[in-house]
Design a protein around this ligand. Structure first.
Ligand code: M6R
Length: 589
């Protein structure tokens, strides 16, 4: 959570404005407030501009300069106010600090600094970092002062410091992501690549315990423990500029929903070796545990059903509920950690625990260079490209498709699995046309003023309802509650009143009649039944027809939820790319 972006040697001498534009690309990481610090030409101190709220189309009047550092905030300590927005300055306005994480011991550090007469102007944990660096820099070089300060901080943190005197940006990482961009004469620091992708795709992802110093002559990498310089070996990403642009779409969310037509089939052309090796391990008796948070946990649950189809019993445990079950993990367990960002704190905690118990960790991830990627023994990189919208769509379907392929490999049917996924891509391309979109827009218009809606699904369509409902909730803020169809008559049917919208997700399978019976029970109580299925039924008041894709029908059923969430959100005036209160990667517990 929180976006960090800094630049050295801005080619137009407008570093603050460049940082502002880059921060707009990172706003998905937090949008409670934003702020920029610049070292202006001919000035005796750092200048800062900060505001609450989303960056949107904001402009800044900060003066010209070659070096600037900025931040978008997802608030933890201290309310959403201008003064709590980052960057935070030391007493002399020579050091500006931005920060991603939580300093668990900030109160004790602050008390000591107050005794030494430091003046605090915010309620944040971050401000103590600026004053602590100031204090230490009285007797030490700035690098040492920053490294020592960083080592004092408890918790998972990344900091970036703009130092007036040395005209450098210095950053340290422990648990929160940081990446350096190496242009021909410009150097960048960010929490995610899209901020500077326009300028360079040559990058270095910092590891925990590393620091970088960006100056006008280049970037130096340090080992924080040894406080020694080490070699920086960069990599060139195959990401393109359009990956971080809306490319004509009104929102990233819509663009990313459509990108699934390519990203789902793409999963058949990557990871084959790793998938085959993992399948062999599973067939040789390794237990499988799948874990993740939010959408990724629904991917885990859907995969459990796919494994069951192949006669293999696996566990799917949300990462934030992992601990009570971790005692069952041993050296012959494969723990699949599913995550778009690879930075979700709860998922990382589960993975560290699994590793302690000797398990082999498989990261099923989308973003590159993440903490999870580094912790894992095997990486299944699902290749969906940068996912900018906070609401996850294409990363989810690529993860599910990758794991589906694994289940086919376990059953010695990997070739058939690939054919099915490629076919899925083709069928989705034909289905996702203007007729469908108009139907979804009409449905969204009819549901726009609803405050509650319910969803039912059975077997594979049960995790699909969980994901469908989350898309509606995140994007439109409508209360959408998913149930296993079988659960209905055990209590929740009391919620149904005349006209209550209820989505029924189904596939053309052996249990569709049971699902339709549940639909009939809702209909008998006056519920409005919206079928999301590849078949017609007299139980449906409205049908959003999905293609008949056997067990892969759930992909289409879920895409209906993504699109409906999008159109409901837009219709209700929400920002589909940046839902309220959320951040893209949840790097705090
Ligand atoms: O980056 P991760 O996949 O680990 O994130 C996990 C969840 O925080 C994430 O899926 C969240 O539920 C999204 N808002 C879903 O749209």
């Amino acid at each position: 959570m929180c976006g960090i972006y800094g630049i050295i040697n801005d080619k137009n001498n407008q570093a603050a404005q460049t940082v502002l534009e880059g921060l707009k690309k990172l706003e998905y990481r937090g949008y409670d407030s934003w702020g920029i610090a610049v070292i202006p030409e001919n000035s005796i101190e750092i200048n800062v501009d900060k505001h609450i709220g989303k960056i949107g189309e904001a402009k800044t009047n900060l003066p010209s300069g070659l070096i600037a550092l900025g931040h978008t905030r997802w608030a933890t300590h201290g309310g959403v106010t201008d003064s709590n927005a980052h960057p935070h300055l030391d007493c002399n306005k020579k050091i500006a600090v931005i920060h991603n994480g939580i300093v668990e011991n900030y109160q004790e550090i602050k008390e000591e600094l107050i005794k030494k007469c430091h003046q605090f102007v915010s309620e944040t944990d971050t401000e103590v970092i600026a004053h602590q660096i100031e204090e230490k820099s009285k007797s030490k070089k700035i690098n040492e002062a920053i490294f020592e300060t960083f080592k004092l901080l408890r918790g998972s943190n990344a900091i970036a410091v703009l130092d007036f005197d040395s005209k450098t940006i210095i950053a340290c990482r422990n648990g929160s992501p940081l990446v350096v961009g190496l242009g021909s004469s410009q150097f960048f620091l960010a929490s995610d690549v899209p901020a500077f992708l326009k300028e360079t795709n040559k990058v270095y992802f910092l590891n925990d315990g590393e620091a970088v110093v960006l100056s006008n002559s280049g970037v130096k990498l340090f080992d924080l423990k040894a406080e020694k310089e080490k070699a920086l070996v960069s990599q060139v990403l195959d990401w393109k500029l359009e990956d971080a642009e809306k490319s004509g779409y009104p929102h990233f969310l819509l663009k990313e929903i459509y990108e699934q037509l390519k990203t789902i089939p793409k999963t058949t052309s990557i990871n084959e070796n790793e998938i085959r090796k993992l399948a062999n391990k599973i067939n040789s008796g390794y237990k499988v545990v799948l874990t993740g948070c939010g959408t990724a946990s629904y991917c885990a649950l859907a995969t459990k059903y796919f494994f069951a189809q192949q006669g293999i019993d696996v566990q799917a445990i949300p990462s934030y509920e992992f601990m009570p079950f971790s005692k069952f993990i041993d050296k012959k367990t494969l723990v699949f950690a599913i995550s778009q960002s690879g930075e979700t704190a709860d998922t990382l905690i589960a993975v560290k625990e699994a590793k302690k118990r000797g398990a082999e960790v498989v990261a099923v991830i989308n973003a590159r260079g993440s903490t999870l990627e580094r912790l894992a023994d095997t990486v299944l990189s699902v290749g969906a490209g940068p996912e900018i919208a906070v609401v996850s769509t294409k990363a989810f379907t690529s993860q599910l498709s990758t794991l589906y392929l694994l289940t086919t490999a376990v059953a010695n049917q990997y070739g058939e699995g690939k054919i099915k996924i490629n076919k899925l891509g083709e069928v989705l391309r034909d289905w996702l046309n203007s007729v469908l979109i108009n139907r979804l827009i009409d449905t969204a218009k009819n549901l726009m003023d609803e405050e509650h809606m319910y969803l039912i699904g059975k077997h594979l369509n049960y995790p699909a309802t969980l994901e469908f409902a989350l898309k509606i909730k995140e994007t439109s803020y409508i209360h959408a509650e998913p149930f296993a169809a079988g659960e209905l008559k055990h209590g929740v049917i009391t919620l149904i009143q005349k006209g209550t919208p209820c989505f029924v997700l189904a596939s053309n399978d052996e249990i569709k009649d049971e699902v339709l019976s549940s639909a009939a029970e809702i209909k008998a109580r006056g519920g409005l039944i919206i079928g999301v299925a590849p078949f017609e039924s007299s139980e449906f008041d409205v049908l959003i027809k999905t293609p008949d894709l056997d067990d892969l029908t759930i992909f289409a059923n879920i895409i209906v939820g993504q699109l409906l969430g999008y159109y409901l959100g837009v219709g209700r005036g929400a920002d589909p790319d940046k839902p309220r209160n959320l951040a893209k990667s949840v790097t705090v517990k």
